[in-house]
Design a protein around this ligand. Structure first.
Ligand code: PGA
Length: 319
């Protein structure tokens, strides 16, 4: 018993309305998401608050904040709904169909191949809906701490989050320049030749940026950062526009044809050898759908190069 009543008296509907309100931080957005009116949201929250016996939200200015009790209830609701969803997927599995929602969060460069794999996966399992989030390393790490997705694809594994991980694809980071750049015709360029050259860097929070900065620091290389951009595509355009060099995953060139204006430079110590990992939170009960995708991804990926290429080491950078 808490407050005046038992929480057993709360209805699943009230919990759903509360969860949507807390997640959206707004009564109006929760009403829109659930296709109900705003007064219905308010009255459901009011009844739930009465059952709990403590306020669930605080309104400061226009913003809605969760109280401590609200926060506790929010994470309990997320647990309940995740378990119910998993149960639904298990029942569909017992009935011989794979059905349900797959929540996948991938780093920016993984978007060059994951959608293709998702395409063939979705053809095979038509009952599975997919939500794909594309974020940089820091944003993915934040989503992990909030348990927002089933599976994550990234190269640079955070050290302070307990994860189950499996490498599945090489992710070489290469130096890119305009195809007419004087270095484009040279081979075995020493890394120090990059000193003071104009450079386009990924944004703070990017794992690629961190890998590049670490390698430059180790080799006392100091480039002239002219531009910081949060998009691999925008960086390729900037290179094509002659704004400088950059280091990106080789996969960002997947969509380039033979007429590409961007060339890979043969710089010593490159590529930086990284691998993509598929990861999930340790202790997480993977849903049937997530487990099915995990197995599919691992069987569809080309075998990893082994052993580690000469002179290189695989990065598993910490943030
Ligand atoms: P990012 O990718 O540069 O988009 O953060 C990092 C990674 O591959 O893990």
């Amino acid at each position: 018993m808490i407050g005046g009543e038992s929480l057993i008296q709360a209805t699943l509907h009230q919990l759903k309305v509360f969860e949507a309100t807390a997640r959206n931080g707004s009564f109006t957005r929760a009403a829109e998401e659930l296709f109900i009116t705003q007064p219905t949201v308010s009255s459901q929250i009011k009844q739930l608050t009465k059952t709990v016996g403590l306020p669930l939200f605080e309104q400061i200015g226009k913003r809605l904040y969760l109280t401590n009790a609200g926060n506790e209830l929010f994470s309990t609701c997320q647990d309940i709904f995740e378990r119910l969803e998993n149960l639904e997927m298990k029942i569909a599995d017992f009935q011989g169909t794979k059905q349900g929602k797959l929540r996948l969060s991938v780093v920016t460069t993984a978007k060059y191949f994951i959608p293709r794999i998702l395409g063939s996966f979705s053809h095979l399992y038509e009952g599975i809906d997919v939500s794909l989030q594309v974020n940089n390393h820091d944003q993915i790490q934040k989503r992990m701490t909030e348990n927002m997705d089933d599976l994550y694809v990234l190269s640079h594994l955070p050290e302070d989050i307990d994860l189950i991980t499996q490498p599945f694809l090489e992710n070489p980071l290469v130096v890119l320049a305009h195809k007419d750049h004087p270095l484009a015709t040279q081979s075995q360029i020493p890394i120090t030749a990059l000193n003071n050259l104009p450079f386009i860097m990924r944004e703070p929070g990017s794992g690629t940026r961190k890998a590049v900065q670490d390698l430059f620091t180790k080799n006392n290389v100091s480039v002239q950062v002219r531009l910081e951009l949060g998009s691999n595509e925008a960086i390729k355009q900037a290179i094509a526009g002659g704004l400088g060099l950059s280091v990106l995953s080789k996969h960002t060139l997947n969509s380039e044809g033979i007429n590409s204006e961007v060339a890979i430079l043969d710089v010593q110590q490159f590529p930086i050898h990284c691998r993509w990992h598929i990861a999930y939170l340790s202790g997480k009960q993977l849903s049937v759908v997530a487990q099915t995708f995990l197995e599919y991804l691992l069987t569809q990926s080309p075998p990893l190069i082994s052993p580690i290429p000469k002179g290189g080491e695989y990065l598993s950078l910490v943030s």
